[in-house]
Design a protein around this ligand. Structure first.
Ligand code: C5P
Length: 228
């Protein structure tokens, strides 16, 4: 059968990464979490003291350092989770910390960061057979993707899910803190000048607020099978 590109976009904590990863495993495709790439660049900026005291990013220094930032992925291990590597180091845990979550959207709004990561993402998809999730995959990274999904759910629902995830990992955060971060990221992601989060005109909308994981998988497989 012919391989296609599956682009899954949507709001933060909409469960799209979990869905995308499960779909890729099921159909034997490569999975790429583009958000993890923006998070890895953000972690690099934090570690290399590119965050100003007022919590803004030192853009000039980060842009100058971009050629030194290498991002790769390690195949899923026993936990089924694909690990993100920053210059060869496994940073999968660190990139989901609250500190990174709070700074990632401003980092992702920097045009030079976007053009560099977009080029990397396009190279990952050159042989197709890939599921990629993010904010601008169907609009900017792969505008010709054969299957485009746009996932939405309310901010409250998404904050609840994110809180559960973080609490399970042992992170001490409150619902208000997580909710504030979700709303703040929605705002920055939808209003930035370059590649704002937006449903592609040919994307299929999925409101997964009331769907179980099995129902979501069934829905996705149905859409996938109609394209291959
Ligand atoms: O998907 P995740 O929540 O991990 O993404 C983290 C942040 O990275 C998003 O809030 C957004 O600012 C940015 N992002 C992006 N474009 C993508 C994927 C993520 O701007 N394709």
């Amino acid at each position: 059968t012919n391989k296609i590109i599956v682009a899954i976009d949507g709001y933060s904590s909409s469960g799209k990464s979990t869905m995308a990863r499960a779909l890729a495993a099921r159909i034997g495709y490569v999975y790429v979490d583009s958000g993890a790439m923006y998070r890895a660049v953000t972690l690099y900026a934090i570690r290399n003291v590119m965050v100003n005291p007022d919590h803004t990013i030192n853009k000039e220094r980060l842009i100058a350092a971009l050629p030194e930032i290498r991002i790769s992925f390690e195949a899923p291990g026993e936990d089924g989770v694909q690990h993100t590597l920053l210059n060869g180091e496994d940073v999968e845990n660190e990139i989901h910390d609250m500190e990174v979550s709070n700074l990632v959207s401003p980092v992702a709004a920097i045009p030079e960061v976007r053009s560099r990561l977009t080029a990397m993402q396009q190279s990952f998809g050159k042989d197709k057979g890939i599921v990629m999730d993010g904010r601008d995959i169907g609009t900017t990274v792969f505008p010709n993707a054969e299957l485009k999904i746009f996932v939405c759910a309310s901010a409250e629902e998404r904050a609840r899910r994110r809180l559960k995830e973080m609490t399970e990992k042992g992170e001490k955060v409150s619902f208000d803190e997580v909710y504030k971060n979700v709303v703040e990221r929605d705002h920055i992601d939808t209003t930035r000048a370059v590649s704002p989060l937006k449903k592609a005109s040919d994307a299929i909308e999925l409101d997964n607020g009331n769907m179980t994981r099995d129902e979501q998988m069934e829905w996705l497989l149905d859409k996938f099978n109609s394209k291959v």
